[in-house]
Design a protein around this ligand. Structure first.
Ligand code: SF4
Ligand code: SF4
Length: 225
């Protein structure tokens, strides 16, 4: 192990190790509410700066950004879905339809999406509801979504595009690559982000323990040089 790692290198290393080693246990700790005792034991920003955090999260109603959640992103190598599983357990869609009727850049359809939906509405009609993106070679559903009905909601719900089934989950933020991220535009995602601020204490405890271990290993390495 290199003996001259910078602080930011160490933190990146610790987060990566944590994602590999703790993704199941930390999710279970959060599911069991173990953060509550930890928050009683020591001051934490999620309590001390709660109002500030809430105001920041609420900006998502007007300003587009993503929020990182204290849940591990899917681990491709380990195949763990623990973080995603707890996300869907706790996420409560408000059926507000904002993600469907808000004008935006459009909703990309992959090949399977296109064929599946075309099988219901017909290729000609679906093409008329889309534009073709030459660069990506994909059909893009116009927004506001033509399948959204003010009274009934999504008229193709069972066969909706894959992207819709995953919303409000977005790809992890570059600065937090091992954590799930959500679109702050979604009110239910914002509510979940506020409710889970205290969960960060479990992540931070795990990071601190690993940092301690990393420093210990580094000292041993240096003593042999
Ligand atoms: S914006 Fe969020 S809460 Fe509203 S319908 Fe979409 S997923 Fe549900
Ligand atoms: S296909 Fe359905 S779920 Fe997806 S944006 Fe349109 S109305 Fe919403």
């Amino acid at each position: 192990m290199p003996g001259n790692m910078s602080s930011s290198d160490k933190i990146s290393q610790v987060r990566r190790l944590c994602h590999q080693r703790c993704f199941s246990s930390c999710v279970e700790d959060k599911r069991q509410g173990r953060h509550v005792d930890l928050l009683r034991q020591r001051p934490h920003w999620s309590v001390l700066k709660r109002e500030e955090q809430i105001q920041r999260i609420d900006q998502g109603e007007k300003v587009p950004f993503d929020i990182s959640l204290p849940l591990p992103a899917r681990d491709e190598r380990g195949g763990s879905d623990a973080g995603v599983g707890l996300f869907w357990e706790r996420f409560q869609c408000r059926q507000c339809g904002r993600c469907c009727y808000t004008p935006g850049a459009g909703l990309y359809l992959d090949k399977e999406d296109f064929e599946r939906i075309a099988g219901r509405v017909g290729k000609k009609k679906l093409r008329a509801l889309c534009r073709y993106d030459k660069a990506l070679q994909a059909w893009v559903l116009r927004q506001p979504c033509p399948f959204y009905d003010q009274d009934e909601g999504c008229s193709i719900y069972e066969i909706r595009p894959l992207t819709c089934t995953k919303y409000p989950l977005h790809p992890p933020l570059p600065e937090m690559p091992y954590n799930l991220a959500v679109d702050a535009f979604c009110p239910a995602a914002r509510a979940l982000a506020k409710d889970t601020l205290g969960w960060w204490i479990i992540c931070e405890n795990n990071w601190a323990a690993m940092l301690h271990q990393l420093d210990h290993d580094q000292n041993i390495f240096c003593s042999f040089m």
